[in-house]
Every structure is written in structure tokens, then in C-alpha cells.
Design a protein. Structure first.
Length: 426
């Protein structure tokens, strides 16, 4: 609503209290309600945009933090180095598989602060049970793999200690594989085929759902590492003891960087890599990934808020312009107020109250529209939304600050008018 009145506002003597100031401001704004409504439109759009944009930014940040932290913020993943030679030519398996189970055992034995170490192999296969079949991926793992990756057994006994050493034909199914192969039927104790090899189902995993990169985490079959090496045909050409990945979990997140440095030094020593030569392995610090992604989304959230804030600034400039027009239109009224005892402070308070009412009423409407908009984005859009009281409080604060900041100059200008000159205006 805008500050547009002419002589319709009755003169009010000096020393007005807050109630009188607000009453007179409302009377003034009501005198030209259409212009007031159009003036507040900029604030309405700005506040609504701030709420929607900041809510989307915070929601995206929270979602990425949740998904990425699910990868593990206290772990290191060690993989082979470059998988291709010069010119993009493929290199032999013996050159590509640079990590071994002995490397994993050396890390477990020699690096301080290590809680879990698990070597693994992986591949794809066709799982068959009766007339049902499902194309899935398998993981050949060591015992610590479950703890490092946060997997829990939902049903069944799981692997026994001897299964890891005897290449037992035992399998644990992810929820998606279990559902596709068995439906409502009991899976534990049943025999499935992975490729041409029969396996006994000894457990199922608790569901994790969709992963941080959109993949189905439950589309997985877990078998012992020794079994994967000896039984799965895709591993026939593997070098002795070779593994594709070694995952390491540390007890204290503060020691992650130290553990990474020790692991890199140990593997360079074991692989006889000369000083200055390129590593034949790669160590990924997932905590650094989490921190980088979090920082990126936080900056994006602030950027979205800043873009929305531009709309609020435009709305504030609109308030200032209309208030300046209102001062020009009401010079005679200001002179009358001063003639009956109103001082510069009273005039300043009067026009500030009008500017803040415009902004505040626009802010209330904008908050309502922003909440509705954020809920609609959450329901029908593909973006996550985190709508909370802090965002709404921030928007309300911006609304009041906008009226105060952009209304001060017109109010100050009105308070400095000469009452004699003002009364001469027609």
C-alpha cells in the first residue's frame, strides 16, 4: 500500500503517540489504496521470492549433505591408477589390477587409527531362481565391508567366518534382487544361480533405497571375496590376490588425513614406486568430497537468496519513489501539521510509519505467497525444499528493514520542509 494522501488526512498536533501515528498512517494509505497496493507489489514479489529461493537452496543443501554423507565421511577408498596406456590403448589386467589382498592386510597391520579394512571385487551377472531371473551386480567382499558401507542384515544368519576362507557358494541379497526373484516367497535357504554357479541364499540386506547419484543401492548381491575370485567366470584372468578396491574406515574423523598420508606412503613403498613417479593407485577421501559438495550447495543457497533479494531492493526503491511523490503532493498538509504544533520528529515518524506499513503489509502477503509457492515446488517440482521458521523470520526482517531503509530519506525530506513555504503551496 502506498503513501498517497492529499489533504484528506486531518492535521494532528505534535507529540503524537505510536497509536496515533499508526492510525494516521493507515488513514493516509487508505486515501489512495490502489497506488498503495501497486507500491507494495514489489515487496510482495521480493519476499515471496526470498522464501521460495532460500527454501529450495537449503533443501538442496540438506539433501546433498544427506546423500553424500551416506557414502561415508570416515572412510577412504583406494582404487587402481590409470586404466589405459598411451593413446587410450587398453592395458592388461595384470597392469590394471595394481591392488592386492596383501595390500589390504598391510594397511590393517601397519597404519595407525584404522578401524576397518575391506578389499572387494565386483561385476555383473544374471541371477536366476525357478522361472524368475534378474540382471544385477555382485560384490565379492571381506568381513569389514558391511561395517564400512553401513549395511545391516535384515534376515538370515549371513556369512559365517569359514565362508570367507573356503570360497563358500553363499549369497546375501539386496532388497531389490530379493523382491524380483522371490516376491513374497521366503528367500533364506533357497538356491539361486549366478551365471552358471549355484549359490545358497544365507541372508538379505536392509533396504537403503536410492543412492546419492540416483542408483538403486538395493540392486546388489554380496558374496565372499574368495568365492568371487574362484567361482565367477569374469575373474578367470585376474592376477593372484588382485582386488579392485580397498575401503578403509578410521575410528576418528580427525585422523582421516593422517591415515591417508600413511596409506599412500605404505603403498608406494610396497609397489616400489620411485620418488617423482606417478602412483599406480588412487586414494579418495570421501570426507573432502562431502565438504566440497556442502560448500558448493551453501554458496548456491546464498546466490539464490541474493537473486531473490534483488527483487526486494527493487520493491524498496518503488516505496521510496512513491513516498517522495507523496511528500510533494502533501506539502500543504505538512505545513498545516507544523503550524498546529507538529515538530520535524513527528513528521518524520509519520512518513516512516507509512513506508513501513506499505512494506509490512506487502511482507505479510509475500510470506503467505512464499509459503504456498514453496509447498507447491515441494509437491510438484523436482527440487527438495526445506521450509522452516528461520526462513520466514528472515523474510519478515527483510520486509521491515526495507520499509525503514527506503522510507527514511522521504521522511527526512518531509521533516525538513519550511512550514511558511509549505503553507504557501496550493
Amino acid at each position: 500500500m502506498s503513501a498517497a494522501i492529499h489533504d484528506a488526512s486531518p492535521p494532528v498536533p505534535g507529540g503524537m503517540n505510536l497509536i496515533e501515528v499508526l492510525r494516521t498512517a493507515l488513514f493516509a494509505l487508505r486515501g489512495n489504496w490502489l497506488r498503495s497496493a501497486l507500491t507494495s507489489l514489489g515487496v510482495i514479489i521480493g519476499i515471496a521470492a526470498v522464501i521460495v529461493m532460500v527454501s529450495v537452496g537449503q533443501g538442496t543443501q540438506a539433501e546433498i549433505e544427506k546423500l553424500v554423507s551416506g557414502l561415508g565421511s570416515q572412510r577412504l577408498d583406494i582404487g587402481p591408477g590409470a586404466g589405459r596406456g598411451f593413446g587410450g590403448q587398453r592395458i592388461s589386467a595384470s597392469s590394471f589390477y595394481t591392488l592386492t589382498e596383501d595390500d589390504a592386510e598391510a594397511i590393517r597391520r601397519e597404519v595407525q587409527g584404522i578401524q576397518y579394512v575391506g578389499a572387494s571385487l565386483r561385476g555383473n551377472t544374471q541371477a536366476v531362481y525357478a522361472e524368475n531371473n534378474w540382471s544385477s551386480s555382485w560384490q565379492g567382499v571381506e568381513v569389514d565391508w558391511f561395517a564400512i558401507n553401513g549395511w545391516e542384515i535384515a534376515s538370515g544368519p549371513g556369512f559365517e567366518a569359514r565362508d570367507y576362507t573356503s570360497a563358500a557358494k553363499s549369497a546375501i541379497l539386496g532388497e531389490s534382487v530379493r523382491r524380483e526373484l522371490f516376491g513374497e516367497e521366503e528367500a533364506i535357504g533357497q538356491t539361486i544361480r549366478l551365471g552358471r554357479v549355484p549359490f545358497t541364499v544365507v541372508g538379505t540386506l536392509k533396504s537403503k533405497g536410492q543412492g546419492g547419484f540416483g542408483q538403486d543401492q538395493d540392486d546388489l548381491i554380496v558374496i565372499p571375496l574368495a568365492t568371487a575370485r574362484r567361482r565367477m567366470s569374469s575373474n578367470a584372468s585376474l592376477p593372484p590376490g588382485a582386488v579392485q578396491q580397498i575401503s578403509v574406515g578410521v575410528a576418528d574423523p580427525e585422523g582421516l588425513a593422517t591415515a591417508q598420508a600413511e596409506i599412500e606412503a605404505l603403498l608406494r613403498q610396497r609397489h616400489k614406486i620411485q620418488p617423482g613417479a606417478e602412483d599406480d593407485f588412487n586414494v579418495r577421501n570421501l570426507a573432502e568430497i562431502v565438504a566440497t559438495r556442502t560448500q558448493t550447495t551453501r554458496l548456491m543457497s546464498w546466490l539464490l537468496g541474493a537473486v531473490a533479494g534483488i527483487s526486494l531492493i527493487v520493491g524498496g526503491i518503488g516505496i521510496m519513489n512513491i513516498m517522495l511523490v507523496s511528500v510533494t503532493e502533501r506539502i500543504r498538509e505538512i505545513g498545516l501539521r507544523m503550524a498546529v504544533g507538529a515538530g520535524p520528529r513527528d513528521i518524520r515518524r509519520q512518513f516512516l510509519a507509512e513506508a513501513m506499513l506499505i512494506s509490512l503489509i506487502g511482507g505479510v502477503i509475500g510470506i503467505a505467497l512464499g509459503i504456498v509457492g514453496a509447498l507447491l515446488v515441494s509437491k510438484f517440482g523436482a527440487l527438495p525444499v526445506a521450509l522452516n521458521g528461520k526462513v520466514i523470520g528472515l523474510a519478515a526482517g527483510f520486509s521491515i528493514a526495507t520499509g525503514l531503509f527506503f522510507g527514511y530519506y522521504p521522511a527526512s525530506k518531509a521533516s525538513k520542509l519550511d512550514p511558511i513555504e509549505a503553507l504557501r503551496q496550493q
